[in-house]
Design a protein. Sequence first.
Length: 332
Amino acid sequence: MPRDTSGRTASNRRTFLKGAGITGLAATAGCLDQLSGGQSWPSRPVEIVSPWAAGGGADRTSRAVADAAENYTEVSWNVSNQTGGSGSVGMNAAANADADGHTIGCTAPEIALFEHLDIADLSPDDITPIMQYTEFPATLLVNQDSEFGSVDDWIAYGQDNTIQMANSGFGSSWHMAAAGIASEADVQVEHISYEGAAPAMNAVVNGEVDATAVGAAEAAPQVQDGQLEALGVAFSEPVAALPDVPTLADEGLDIEIGSWLAHFAPTGIADEVQQSLLDTYQSVYEDEGFIEFMENNGFIRTRRTGDELSTFLDEQYQFYGDLVEELGINEE
């Protein structure tokens, strides 16, 4: 079932913003709606651009969206992975595509970070938001054979030694999560960038680095397989993806932080196409197959659309600007 995010706001700069509650809009299929000028959407296959590597949350959930969307349109939906620049390469590609609704982008907190970190000239003002459909509490992860058996062990080591932390790219949401957790724990960290959450986790599995912080649902398969150990989740309560893992608050670290995913179209898209996209995404969100995928894989369903999503993106832009300043994060 969708998580009700009503009434949850940031209590401090390190808190994972929740925003306003879900509005239960009636979902209708956007299949070949006739538009002005005799055109229709979609008139050819739709591409979703995932800005991170295959195997991560953006890739896996975008493929689930694409699969479900084919039930409500008469064209195929495909996902491409265009990585680099902490997600800016893929997001820019989608933002600069033809504004006809046939190229969709996947975005995350990075859209609120690029300008603050001088990574790219790209912000929420440069996209047309469609729908946020999930959120990811960050999870502190180490190798199963690591000397860190608990958060206390990790902190004790990091106060006298430098911990190497993998992330999904400089300025990524998982870089910010790792930096926020390290700041709260007052440990020394060297941040090492990879092209997505999946490569970051693999670096921990392979012993290239000491730890990482990525989404609970992304980490669950490798935790269950015994390759990784989750020390704690940065959320207000245990999560379904890792039900036996304590919260970081339970382990003495008062922090909630993570990521989220939303899909967007380029700016300048026609109102009729935007509405058809929104109608299709409303249907996808309620699709039985999509719900089953999200629940079976531990992804939290959280829906924001329209003005609520636009306001949320503006809040995220301010939140991450403050966090960058607070943590003193600069290009290395």
